[in-house]
Design a protein around this ligand. Sequence first.
Ligand code: COA
Length: 332
Amino acid sequence: MSQSKNVGIIGLGKYLPEKILTNQDFEKLVDTSDAWITERTGIKERRMARPDEATSDMALAAAREALAAAKLTAQDIDLIVVATVTGDTAFPSTACRLQGALGCRPIPAFDVSAACSGYIYALTIAQNFIKAGTVRYALVVAAEKLTSVADYTDRNTCVLFGDGAGAAVLAAVDSGGILSSYLGTDGTQSELINMPAGGSRRPASHETVDQRLHYLKMNGAEVFRVAVKTMADAAMEAMNTLGVHSAEEVDLVIPHQANIRIINAVAKRMGVSLTEGKVFLNIEKYGNMSAASTAVALTEAVQQGRVKKGDRVVMVAFGSGLTWGALVIELS
Ligand SMILES: CC(C)(COP(=O)(O)OP(=O)(O)OC[C@H]1O[C@@H](n2cnc3c(N)ncnc32)[C@H](O)[C@@H]1OP(=O)(O)O)[C@@H](O)C(=O)NCCC(=O)NCCS
């Protein structure tokens, strides 16, 4: 999809809970080791929200930082889109809670459920509201409390996930901004990563709790295989639209931070290697934060000076659904 009116990011923010869960902490919980986790995933530690800290609390902190960076107040915002699969409650949406907590005007606010691809989806949705002319300033937040659905008796999954939030304020810009966007889904593979109970198909019951069906389930090996191909293809689609055929031609690649081996394989297919410094990594510190991973990564890349105004960034993600998405952004 090529873009006509330019829409860019004018402020970024993030929030990471204070508590750190190290690989050594997991050695006490399940049959695993720091060596296995580091080698097979690239993760050394991840953050865990306090028991009284919900997804909207993390979203609020990230949103306030993004608003301050954009030199705007909550009153200036015309739209809120929150990407999450671990909202405070099934309803109302986390976006509604955020709208109330920020003290915004009675603007539209809604959640997007696209798992790890959620930030890319939400940025694209907000971009199109602005392009349509109905919204001047949009607040996009990706926030997840994955530790609330991680099963700390399952070594295959629990070591992978962490909590956090990232936020962006979008507006029309003179040049650059989101240059291309590519989104997709394959619902025939919805069983590969899912939470089986708690929805209308299997409402919560004593039985579902006893069977541990309110935790995230994943076929890791198959997800790994599909993720590599799909992320690389999505990123190439978003770049090809602009006549770009290798990640060598952009300034930074920001991939979803699920597994360092997935990132390595995706980068290779995109024409770059991890040693060149062209691929942003923070998986070691935070693990997989689903939608919040790319959001926090973009914020950190800018805050750390890895990219600056005018630089081109490719973001790419993949997750439960299956969903995938990629964006090319020229930073404003
Ligand atoms: C989960 C994942 C790290 C497993 O790594 P892997 O190298 O593929 O490992 P396998 O699944 O082949 O399992 C190999 C062995 O390691 C074991 N293992 C799994 N987790 C382990 C852990 N934390 N510690 C020690 N051993 C572990 C398995 O039980 C298996 O043992 P077995 O051979 O005795 O059955 C990897 O498949 C992965 O990252 N998948 C994608 C996950 C993902 O990105 N999900 C989110 C997408 S948005």
